[in-house]
Structures are given as structure tokens and as C-alpha cells.
Ligand binder design. Structure first.
Ligand SMILES: [Zn+2]
Ligand SMILES: [Zn+2]
Length: 394
């Protein structure tokens, strides 16, 4: 019986041998008998307000429900969304509740499981991306698009928490309690720190390639070469697509090619933009803020699509004429459902695809934020959460 069947039937979850995949034994560690069922006092790192630096914060994770997994967080990526949220830069549509504990690229080891959990055993490694709950019954949920749940998609941080009240807190913390459905299996042998960014940056760029069916030989343009952009390049190259990177950073042109792009050009290079007119089936814009997209519509082929995954503000300067000529589409895409997130993890592990990461301690988070804003990261900061466990209680 699947989660959605359980929810649809209104069944009470009990320990039962549901048909699910094998637990992931290679990461097995001894069970911690003393852990109990919570609630769990948790050390976290978060923002007290929109302007203050992030610092240590004590939070509590709810008691383990029958379908919940308790994770000891090992690694957490730093996504540009974390910075937008911590600094309340999305106040017009998603104001930040404080204290704000960001982090939605989480890798953790299972320390305890609820009575009805079948997907994980103590000692397994699991991943948590941007979603930690949804209604399970709406049209989006029953078609594996939980991120678009029409009733109550619960995001990993700054989302109303239907189970505990208040708002959710993310992975800059030493534990998390998450329903097993929303925990992704991490296959044995994976490079755990380099897996973390796949849970947001990876799925966010993989999902549009799946939806718009990017195939070998097609031309795809990746706009912006940051955390998302560098994953987009790797994932598109793996599909044998012909990849062009558009960047505003001259220092990233060589990197784009190292990552597998056939061509890398400066977005300000009007000559190159003219030469590339009508070239691309698909463009994925990973730039984390609005920018004039008009010029990019001209490099799409007839019936091509420009997918925005980064900018949340009003999009500037898009003329209707630029869409009707060539039947072009300007589309958006947000992360991916749980099944698709599992798919990108499995896909990457099978092919040895990893994020390029710079490992840091919690004490470096504020400096890392400033460097992300200055585009000075190659290409994802990942927090080693052992550095939080090593800290004295604040
Ligand atoms: Zn993210
Ligand atoms: Zn739903």
C-alpha cells in the first residue's frame, strides 16, 4: 500500500510489511537504543531577523510519528533561496518568519524510525530536499507532483507546519524529523557531501529536461552558471545534448567548458547572441533574480521554450510579439516531485555525476552567503554538520 493509498483510505498507519524497496544496508550503523521517540531538542543555525547574521539557535523537532524518520544531519547545501529567505528578500510573496533556519539540500543518517516506516532502517542514509509534507490526495499529489500540492505543500523551511504548528525549520541543524515519503534514498557508495546539492539544484534543473523531453543532439542553453547552472550543464551533457552556457562572469567561461559545455558566451556579447538566433530547443534560466529575458527569446528555435527556474519576481521586458513569432513559450518550473527527486539521485549515482562542492563549517555560513551573492563559489557550498555538533550549546 502506497502513502497515497493509506491517506486515501484514511487508514491508521501501523507496523506492516508494505511493499517497498530494500533498505540501504551499505551505510548501516548501529542502532541508538537511547534515542527515544522525542520531541528532540535540536541545535540549529539560523537568522534571528532579516539583517542580523546567522548564529546558533535551539529548536525542537516533533516526536516521531508512525511514518516519520529521525535524521542526524550530515551535510546541508547552501542554496541561493536560503539567502533570499533568511534576508526576507521575498517579502512580497513569501515573507520570512523568524527565527529562520534555512537549508533544503540535506543528507542525513537515519537515527530512528516510526513504527510504520518501511523504506528506511536505522543507519541508512536519506536525503531531504525542498518538501517535507503535502496533502497526499489532490490531483498534483496523486500524480507525483507534490511540489504543486493545491492544499498544503509544506516546504522544508518557512512553511506553515501542519503537524507541529509554527513554521518549518530546515537542514542547518543537527536533526530533522520528516515523513518517510519525503526522504529520498541515497544509494550505497554515493559521495554524500556532493549529493546534497542534487536535492534542490539537481532536481530543479533535471525536472525541466524531463518535462520538455531534452534529447541527445538537441541544443540547450543554460543561463547563469551558479549552483543550479553547473548542475544543469552536467545533467544536459549526460543526455548528450549540445550545451551552451550564457554567463555574465568572464571568469566562468573556461569553467563552463570544463563542465562539458560546447560553447560559453557572455550574455552581453550582442554579436554572439545574433549569431545564435533561432538555435535552441530549450533554454533553462537559473539566474536567481529577474533580468531582461527578451534577448534570449530570439535564440530559441520555433516552438522552443525558455524555462525560468530562478527568478521569482515580475519578469521584465518580455514582449508578446517575441512569443507569438515562432510559437515560443516562456515557462516556469519548480523543483520536482518526490519520485522524480529519487530519479535524479539514482541517475546521478549511476553515472558518477556530482555537484562541485566547497565544504565549510557552520561558522563560515555568513561568509559563504556573501560569497554566493558575489558569485564567488565553484559551485555549491555544503555545510559539514559535524561542525555544528562540535559546538558548545549556546
Ligand atoms: Zn534551493
Ligand atoms: Zn496535495
Amino acid at each position: 500500500m502506497s502513502r497515497r493509498e493509506v491517506i486515501a483510505a484514511g487508514a491508521v498507519l501501523v507496523a506492516a510489511p508494505f511493499a517497498v524497496g530494500k533498505p540501504n544496508e551499505a551505510h548501516a550503523a548501529p542502532a541508538d537504543e537511547a534515542v527515544g521517540e522525542g520531541p528532540f531538542p535540536t541545535r540549529a543555525y539560523g537568522a534571528p531577523n532579516a539583517t542580523g547574521p546567522l548564529g546558533p539557535i535551539a529548536i525542537e523537532r516533533r516526536a516521531l510519528g508512525p511514518a516519520d524518520v529521525l535524521l542526524d544531519v550530515l551535510y546541508c547545501g547552501i542554496c541561493h533561496s536560503d539567502i533570499h529567505q533568511a534576508r526576507d528578500e521575498w517579502s512580497t510573496w513569501n515573507p520570512t518568519k523568524y527565527p529562520c533556519v534555512p537549508g533544503h539540500e540535506v543528507i542525513g543518517r537515519v537515527r530512528a524510525v516510526g513504527k510504520a516506516v518501511t523504506k528506511f532502517r536505522v543507519g541508512d542514509v536519506g536525503g531531504v530536499g525542498c518538501l517535507v509534507d503535502s496533502c497526499g490526495t489532490c490531483e498534483s499529489c496523486v500524480t507525483d507532483r507534490e511540489q504543486h500540492c493545491t492544499k498544503r505543500a509544506t516546504f522544508t523551511y518557512n512553511s506553515p507546519d501542519a503537524q507541529s504548528g509554527g513554521h518549518t525549520s530546515g537542514g542547518y541543524s543537527d536533526t530533522m524529523v520528516v515523513p518517510e515519503h519525503f526522504v529520498i534514498r541515497i544509494p550505497p557508495g554515493a559521495d554524500l557531501a556532493a549529493m546534497a546539492p542534487l536535492l534542490c539544484a539537481g532536481i530543479t534543473t533535471f525536472s525541466p529536461m524531463q518535462h520538455w523531453k531534452l534529447t541527445a543532439g538537441q541544443r540547450v542553453g543554460v543561463i547563469g552558471l551558479g549552483g543550479l547552472g553547473h548542475m544543469a550543464v552536467k545533467l544536459a551533457v549526460a543526455r548528450k545534448a549540445d550545451v551552451t552556457v550564457f554567463t555574465t562572469s568572464p571568469g566562468k567561461l573556461d569553467d563552463a567548458k570544463r563542465l562539458g559545455a560546447k560553447e560559453a558566451i557572455l550574455s552581453t556579447d550582442a554579436e554572439a547572441m545574433k549569431r545564435l538566433a533561432g538555435s535552441f530547443e530549450l533554454l533553462i534560466s537559473t539566474v536567481p533574480r529577474a533580468f531582461p529575458m527578451q534577448a534570449f527569446l530570439s535564440v530559441l528555435k520555433t516552438d522552443g521554450t525558455l524555462v525560468n527556474v530562478g527568478a521569482m519576481e515580475a519578469l521584465e521586458g518580455v514582449g508578446g510579439i517575441d512569443l507569438v513569432h515562432g510559437r515560443k513559450s516562456l515557462a516556469g518550473s519548480m523543483i520536482g516531485g518526490i519520485a522524480e527527486t529519487q530519479e535524479v539521485i539514482d541517475y546521478c549515482v549511476a553515472r558518477g555525476i556530482k555537484a562541485d562542492v566547497e565544504l565549510i563549517g557552520v561558522e563560515d555560513i555568513n561568509r559563504a552567503y556573501d560569497r554566493v551573492v558575489k558569485k564567488d563559489v565553484r559551485y555549491r557550498f555544503v555545510i559539514d554538520m559535524a561542525s555544528l555538533k562540535g559546538r558548545k550549546e549556546s
